[in-house]
Ligand binder design. Structure first.
Ligand code: KIV
Ligand code: ZN
Length: 503
């Protein structure tokens, strides 16, 4: 039984196959702050080819000699994907693309009145004439041509239809409808794409920007209206708020609409990380499909659910996209998550011990601490061991003459009590602790740091014993007690190390 049987029947007929035009290396590189070397571009192009994208928009050759070099190198790499270069309706742009040896050319010109008047300072007729000439010139040089009406979604629909009809008559093999400034909503874009589909009989592409966070939704609306090609970028990078993201669009087409594509989805994550590395644009943690948290579960109810049956809280199988399911611990966790993590580390604890760990996790979570897997293991191991060193008492007094701190610690039946004086309570405490640990196990306190957060003191203590050194942490409302707990937990660790070394 599958949950998708409860979806309302789709009344629209879906395209039989979708082609992916990836523009990470062109629109993606237009992301503010991103600049890729030809070598990086080539490596990304190879990864995109392995992923199985149909067309790689490799760049805009006229912009620089490095860009031309990169597009040339990608075009001569013998990849399976068709290689495309961006071009204005100018001959010098088209010539640059021809020099690169690309298969496809993506010719664009703005068609909205706002762009014609303020940017291009051209009339509609001029744009039509020059576009037709550009298409004819590119076709005469053997290129496969796709034409974009830049700012199509803010263009007078009558002129837009006229423009697309003219470029198709001139030989354009496909047309693209860009939502250049991302102002579409899915239902409006559906209508626009449907209208253009009535006008032209060549394949239609859609190119959506994410200014209102609708790039993916609009791309899918375009597909539902009959678009056969989608322009996307890895991780959704691109001008301003970016483009429709390849991974989101691919996941929706595959899992929610079952439309065939050429992609090997398992490779998406690897490409996503490569693009992150070279562009320096960090993937947000909660990004669908490729974000760190996309397949991570924390809440107790969810973890219990996925451990019984992953589909309870996983609409997307992580393996499909080369990802793994992860369980993390936080204050929303339940005992199933703790048990699962311990199982992974070969540890089994009684349920009352797991409940104790869970209680400690929740207390720490409430204090704003981030809980690591290591900490869970440490807490479990602590419960298995008998403490070898124990804090019996810590007493602070202060007067106008200064402070006194008494510390009492016990190990192997021996109890040491020391008192120290200082002008500050913390200094008196650290001195008293230091004396006790020196006398009891010959350890030295090397460093103490304290951070106060939400009325809780978090202490970090570095302790050494002979050649061995460790740093431990503890938190408490009382800063001196936090230091004492961290110091004793460091002492425990060092003593254990000594025991292990002695065999
Ligand atoms: O967003 C846009 O309009 C573009 C064009 C070059 C198609 O990227
Ligand atoms: Zn764009």
């Amino acid at each position: 039984m599958t949950w998708k049987q409860f979806f309302w029947e789709d009344s629209i007929s879906l395209p039989s196959r979708i082609k992916i035009l990836d523009t990470t290396l062109r629109d993606g590189e237009q992301t503010p702050g991103v600049a890729l070397t030809p070598k990086m571009k080539l490596e990304i192009a190879r990864a995109l080819d392995e992923l199985g994208v149909d067309v790689i928009e490799a760049g805009y050759p006229i912009v620089s000699s490095g860009e031309e070099e990169a597009v040339k190198a990608i075009a001569s790499e013998g990849l399976n994907a068709k290689i495309c270069a961006l071009s204005r309706i100018d001959r010098m742009d088209i010539d640059a693309a021809i020099r690169c040896g690309v298969d496809w050319i993506h010719i664009f010109v703005a068609t909205s009145d706002i762009h014609l008047k303020h940017k291009l300072k051209m009339s509609r007729e001029e744009v039509l004439r020059k576009s037709v000439e550009a298409v004819e010139y590119a076709k005469a040089h053997g290129l496969t041509v796709q034409v974009s009406a830049e700012d199509a979604t803010r263009t007078d629909p009558k002129f837009l239809s006229k423009f697309y009809r003219a470029v198709v008559e001139a030989g354009s093999d496909s047309i693209d409808i860009p939502d250049t400034v991302g102002v579409m909503t899915p239902e409006r874009f559906f209508k626009l794409v449907s209208k253009i589909k009535e006008v032209v009989k060549v394949p239609v592409a859609v190119h959506c920007h994410n200014d209102f966070g609708l790039a993916t939704a609009n791309t899918i609306a375009g597909v539902l209206a009959g678009a056969e090609i989608v322009h996307v970028t890895v991780n959704g990078i691109g001008e301003r708020a970016g483009n429709a993201s390849l991974e989101e669009v691919a996941a929706i087409l595959k899992l929610l609409y079952h439309i065939p594509m050429n992609l090997d989805l398992k490779k998406i994550f690897k490409v996503s990380r490569l693009v992150e590395k070279y562009t320096g644009i960090q993937i947000q943690k909660n990004k669908a499909i490729v974000g760190d948290n996309a397949f991570t579960h924390e809440s107790g109810i969810h973890v219990h659910g996925i451990l019984c049956k992953p589909e309870t809280y996983e609409p997307i199988p992580p393996e499909l996209f080369g990802r793994e399911r992860r369980v993390v611990i936080g204050k929303h966790s339940g005992s199933h998550a703790i048990a699962e993590i311990l199982k992974k580390h070969g540890l089994t604890l009684a349920s009352n011990e797991i409940s104790e760990i869970l209680r400690e996790v929740k207390e720490r979570g409430d204090r704003g601490e981030v809980i690591s897997e290591d900490l869970i293991v440490e807490l479990a191991l602590k419960r298995r061991r008998k403490k070898v060193i124990e804090l019996k008492e810590i007493l602070l007094t202060s007067s106008i003459d200064g402070c006194a701190c008494l510390v009492s610690v016990k190990s192997n039946g021996r109890e040491i009590t020391t008192i120290s004086y200082s002008r500050s309570p913390m200094d008196a405490g650290v001195k008293a602790l230091g004396k006790s640990l020196k006398e009891l196990i010959d350890a030295e306190i090397e460093d103490v740091r304290i951070v106060n957060r939400n009325f809780i003191s978090e202490a970090e203590v570095t302790l050494s014993l002979g050649e061995s050194r460790t740093r431990e942490y503890a938190a408490d409302e009382d800063p001196v007690k936090a230091v004492a707990l961290a110091a004793l937990s460091a002492a425990e660790k060092l003593l254990r190390r000594v025991e292990i070394c002695r065999g």
